[in-house]
Design a protein around this ligand. Structure first.
Ligand SMILES: Nc1ncnc2c1ncn2[C@@H]1O[C@H](COP(=O)(O)OP(=O)(O)O)[C@@H](O)[C@H]1O
Ligand SMILES: [Mg+2]
Length: 364
């Protein structure tokens, strides 16, 4: 459980120290007061990323040169609380656990597993392929350490290969080839796991959809990759990289691989992205996130699954809402944000209530 959080110069929070020692917290507030920013800070502390953007720089309060977030976390089977801290100043990040510096982010992100539900989840279905890759990468990384490290190694090697592809050195072909075995060995791990976890997500999402829709519908998540599951091997990927090398040199970037793959969400045999109604896309994205929570719960070893629910319950119909509330109760701790719409909801009655206004949080 996240028992306490402190923010300094994070978005519109100048200096906040908040007791969060409750398994269900509701943050009320008008628009633009800092509700989403608060969830973003919690998510960042847990996973060192933002769920909104990829640039960490915009998290610091405007006109300042950095931010600080820290939290006190209780762990199952452990009698003392951990203090985790992130300081981000002049574009440099420093991590600490119990006052001792931590170098590897993998060692830092194992204390809380956050799952965010946001109005923008629909973009996973309808937005760019980059968003879908980001989604699937964050999801698998959060439950599979080997995926996390394979992805990091792959990304570093890809950057180096792309940098060489861009410059005009006549000797570069040999150097480019030198990065290919690292790309291939990590691509194998990435693609294999993507197949496996996408299959799990698909099964669960279909289950939730059938529950909510009360009809048997067809749903599929197609993994758009050039490598069939039974052909995933380093040799296969190395061959492809070699075959495409001269084309890549001409284009100045690596054309194929996990960094350019995509997903397609199929609902009653049609691609949602192109043919889905807004309502269908919303329902599927919600069920997808519910499945994610379900799977994070299943693979979690921290005992600290934290669901962050950013004002998504207001417009759900009764059936969907019931299914949603039932599913999120699997999390160890829940933090909701609500504008006016949710105030009368009975479900929120007995929770710890807070009020957000202009970057300050007070008891409600
Ligand atoms: N880096 C930043 N520095 C200072 N203020 C920021 C920063 N980023 C966003 N804000 C402010 O935060 C407010 C929006 O907060 P947000 O949490 O998104 O609101 P909501 O309560 O509607 O979820 C806006 O007033 C915006 O100007
Ligand atoms: Mg918001």
């Amino acid at each position: 459980m996240l028992k306490q959080i402190s923010l300094f110069n994070f978005r519109n929070y100048q200096d906040l120290c908040l007791n969060t020692d409750s398994d269900s917290i509701v943050l009320y507030g008008d628009n633009g007061q800092g509700k989403t920013n608060f969830l973003e800070a919690v998510y960042y502390l847990a996973f060192l990323r933002s769920f909104r953007i990829s640039s960490i720089r915009s998290l610091k309060r405007i006109t300042t040169n950095g931010f600080y977030v820290s939290g006190l976390i209780s762990l199952k089977n452990c009698s003392w609380d951990r203090k985790i801290e992130v300081e981000y100043i002049n574009n440099r990040r420093r991590l600490k656990i119990d006052n001792l510096p931590v170098r590897k982010s993998a060692d830092f992100i194992r204390y809380i597993k956050p799952v965010i539900f946001s109005y923008e989840d629909i973009n996973i279905i309808t937005g760019s392929s980059k968003l879908r890759r980001r989604y699937i990468d964050i999801f698998i990384s959060s439950i599979d350490y080997e995926y996390f490290s394979a992805l990091r190694e792959y990304t570093v090697a890809l950057k180096s290969r792309n940098a060489l592809l861009k410059n005009n050195d006549p000797e570069k072909s040999k150097m480019i080839a030198a990065f290919e075995p690292i790309l291939a060995s990590n691509a194998v791990k990435i693609i294999k796991r993507r197949y496996e976890y996408i299959e799990k997500l698909k099964e669960k999402t279909l289950k939730f959809l059938n529950e909510i829709k009360c009809e048997t519908l067809q749903f599929d998540i197609k993994y758009l990759t050039k490598i069939n599951y039974d052909k995933i091997s380093e040799d296969e990927i190395l061959d492809r990289l070699e075959m495409n090398r001269s084309k890549d040199i001409k284009n100045g970037f690596t054309g194929t691989g996990p960094h350019s793959e995509d997903l397609d969400f199929i609902y009653n045999k049609k691609s949602l992205r192109y043919y889905g109604s807004l309502g269908q896309c919303r329902t599927v994205s919600l069920c997808l996130k519910m499945s994610e929570l379900n799977l994070v719960r299943k693979f979690d070893s921290t005992g600290n699954v934290l669901a962050l629910i950013d004002d998504v319950t207001g417009e759900l119909d009764l059936k969907t809402k019931n299914s949603f509330f039932r599913t999120i109760s699997d999390a160890d701790q829940l933090i909701f944000t609500l504008t006016d719409s949710g105030r009368s909801e009975e479900y929120f009655n007995k929770k710890m209530k807070l009020y957000v206004s202009e970057g300050e949080i007070k008891p409600y």
